[in-house]
Ligand binder design. Structure first.
Ligand SMILES: Nc1ncnc2c1ncn2[C@@H]1O[C@H](COP(=O)(O)OP(=O)(O)OP(=O)(O)O)[C@@H](O)[C@H]1O
Ligand SMILES: [Mg+2]
Length: 216
C-alpha cells in the first residue's frame, strides 16, 4: 500500500476536524492502515478520540511548526492530518504542507466560505499557501489540492453553483459532497459507526478512482 500524507486545511472553522475524523474511520473500515494527527492547538480531534472511547487507529498530537521534521510518515498507510486553521495558525499549515502528498480544503458551498478560501482580506489565500510550500519541498513542487464541499443542504442550488465557480477557477473539487448530518453536529462527542457506508465511503472510492490513494 503506497503511503500518503494528507493535509486537511481550511482558512477558518469549516469542518476539517469532522471530515478528517470521518475520513479516517471510513479508510480504516475499508482496510487501510490509518494514523490521524491532531495538528491543532484546540485539540478537538484528540478530544473526540477520548470522548468516543478511543478510535480504532492511533491519534497523535503535533501542533508545532516543526511537524515536518518531527513526523516520520507511515510507510504503508495513510496519515491524515487535521491542521489548525490557516488564518490564525499559518505556521502549522506551512509545516504540514512541506511533507504532504495531498492537500484537501474543506468548505461549505456558501459565498462566505468561497470568500474565505479565495479572497481573504487579512490573510494569505489557501492556494497561495499551498503554492509557497513548493519552495521548501524536496521536489520543489506543491502537492495537489482538492476541495471537499461539506455541510451541504439538500435541494439548495448554491452547492452546484459554488462547485462550478470553483471548477471555473481551476480548483479540483470532489464530486462527492458531505451533507449536513445531525450526528456530525456533535463532532467531538460521538462514537463513529459505519463511516464507510455513507458519503465518506463514497469519498474514499472517488479518491481511489482519481488515483489519489491506492488500496494495498
Ligand atoms: N456534515 C456536517 N453536518 C452538520 N454539522 C457539521 C458537519 N460537519 C461539521 N459540522 C459542524 O460544523 C462545526 C465546525 O466543524 P469542525 O469543528 O469540524 O470544523 P474545523 O474546521 O475543524 O474548525 P476549527 O478550525 O475551529 O478546528 C462543528 O460544530 C461541527 O459539528
Ligand atoms: Mg477543528
Amino acid at each position: 500500500m503506497p503511503a500518503v500524507l494528507i493535509a486537511n486545511i481550511s482558512p477558518r472553522s469549516m469542518g476539517k476536524t469532522t471530515d478528517t475524523g470521518m475520513m479516517a474511520h471510513a479508510l480504516h473500515e475499508i482496510g487501510y492502515t490509518v494514523r490521524a494527527w491532531d495538528a491543532d492547538e484546540s485539540e478537538h480531534l484528540s478530544q473526540w478520540n477520548e470522548a468516543a472511547g478511543g478510535f480504532p487507529f492511533p491519534v497523535e498530537k503535533n501542533a508545532t511548526a516543526t511537524f515536518a521534521t518531527d513526523v516520520e510518515p507511515l510507510r504503508d498507510g495513510i496519515d491524515l492530518v487535521d491542521v489548525g486553521h490557516t488564518e490564525n495558525h499559518p505556521h502549522l499549515a506551512d509545516s504540514v504542507l512541506k511533507i504532504a502528498d495531498l492537500a484537501i480544503v474543506h468548505m461549505e458551498p456558501s459565498m462566505a466560505d468561497w470568500q474565505r478560501v479565495t479572497m481573504p482580506r487579512t490573510s494569505t489565500p489557501v492556494a497561495d499557501m499551498v503554492a509557497r510550500s513548493a519552495y521548501v519541498r524536496p521536489d520543489r513542487k506543491a502537492p495537489p489540492v482538492w476541495v471537499l464541499l461539506n455541510r451541504v443542504r439538500t435541494g439548495v442550488r448554491s452547492a452546484k453553483d459554488i462547485r462550478d465557480m470553483l471548477r471555473d477557477a481551476e480548483w479540483n473539487v470532489f464530486t462527492v459532497m458531505i451533507p449536513v448530518l445531525d450526528d456530525l453536529k456533535q463532532a467531538t462527542a460521538f462514537s463513529v459507526e459505519r463511516a464507510a457506508s455513507g458519503p465518506f465511503g463514497e469519498l474514499v472510492t472517488e479518491m481511489e478512482t482519481k488515483g489519489l490513494i491506492k488500496r494495498g
